[in-house]
Design a protein around this ligand. Sequence first.
Ligand code: NAP
Length: 308
Amino acid sequence: MQNKLWDVAIIGGGPAGYSAALYCVRAGYSTLVIEMLSAGGQMATTSAIENYPGFVESVDGFELAMTMQKQAEKFGSETLYAQVTSVSLADFIKTLETTEGPVQAKTVILATGADPRPLGLPEENALRGRGVGYCATCDGGFYRGKTVAVVGGGNSAAEDALTLSKLCKQVYLIHRRDHLSATRSYLAPLEKADNITFVWNKEVTELLHEEKLNGLTLTDTITKEQSHLDVDGLFVAIGRLPNTWLVKDQLALDPQGYIIADETTRTSLPGVFAIGDVRQKPLRQVVTAVADGATASKFVEEYLNLAE
Ligand code: NAP
């Protein structure tokens, strides 16, 4: 694997990465996916995906990831299990240093994803999937008819609160300021929804639980007074952390750290593409990640046709 010049090296084996692999290998390009642990990325941690088309019953994220990997490998895509430690992307032949040795490729597709920014509270990670969630579009369905809270004040929090208000009995929108920074278009629908209550100037400082989350301790940012809120679920929407440390000095990033790449998935360097959650985009979902993977193959092909 390491003694070969690959047409395409894909960093990250999530849905975007393996979709790109499927399309590239079927287009006749030698294709290597470099994955640190196992296929799936963030998707693999979701036990029930209800909004990926084609599955009437929900599909397990890990199972879907394995199927995507098998499908790409059926056509000849290969996987190297290694961590990429540094990249050199400027020349026609690009070099990726990995824990299993260097990899060289004519094109590189970055599919390294983004992780939700956590609140950083004790037991937050343990309660993930047991009351604490980071994606209302993905997991909101589990809270139908229940009481939930969303924490955050930006567009994600506003959008999550609106999504959840259509499913849940009551939604508390908790923000540490006295106004949202979300765009104006969200404000009227939020105020109109009769099951959304704004909770201003409060921080979530404790996650209360038995087996699952059952309440929150809130601390007032001005008076420091503490209060309790009973909830069945908490959605954390305080921004995301794109996994761009490998390329931050080589590619153009937006102010939030996402790789700037439009619908063509082309980045600021020729022969380098960005797909899935790591790319600047309006909706980060499995379905938009796999679409990016397919699109990248078209522009890999265009690039290699012109370059060779
Ligand atoms: P964001 O705009 O960075 O907002 C993060 C929010 O979380 C802020 O209100 C921030 O409050 C709060 N926050 C940060 N850390 C916190 C903490 N530790 N505890 C409590 N609150 C905390 O993030 P985002 O809403 O995820 O949006 C990210 C980007 O995606 C934005 O560019 C947004 O426009 C875009 N987006 C677009 C759409 C759309 O166009 N449909 C939808 C969703 C997201 P402070 O202000 O106090 O820091």
